[in-house]
Design a protein around this ligand. Sequence first.
Ligand code: AMP
Length: 116
Amino acid sequence: MSSTDCLFCRIVAGEIPATIVRSDERTVAFRDVGPQAPVHVLVVPREHIFSLETSSDDQGDLLGALMLAARDVARQEGLAEDGYRAVLNVGADGGQTVPHLHVHVLGGRSMDWPPG
Ligand code: AMP
């Protein structure tokens, strides 16, 4: 898939509207359109990476930046004290529906385990 066909690349490029809550050189975070918790933010790399599975060893810095951005989103959204969930769905069995790597930051309610 080219980045012009990718929904999240188009959000990153500003071609599709989204509620952006944080951005930096390497990542963008925006509210999920179908929130599964009072706070539900997606954090994505600006660079198109299909999934964690297709990431490469030389993308470790970017993956680290993505996790730190997720942490900062959680802090910014007031979730740090009570806790939250940071989720990566990977591939079909993982429930991934959008083929651009993203971290779900979910919070504002107590989470169940195990996930469905
Ligand atoms: P996943 O199923 O892990 O691939 O997550 C994809 C997420 O993207 C879902 O939670 C969707 O609700 C969300 N989503 C789909 N389209 C949009 C959009 N245009 N803006 C924001 N979130 C979206």
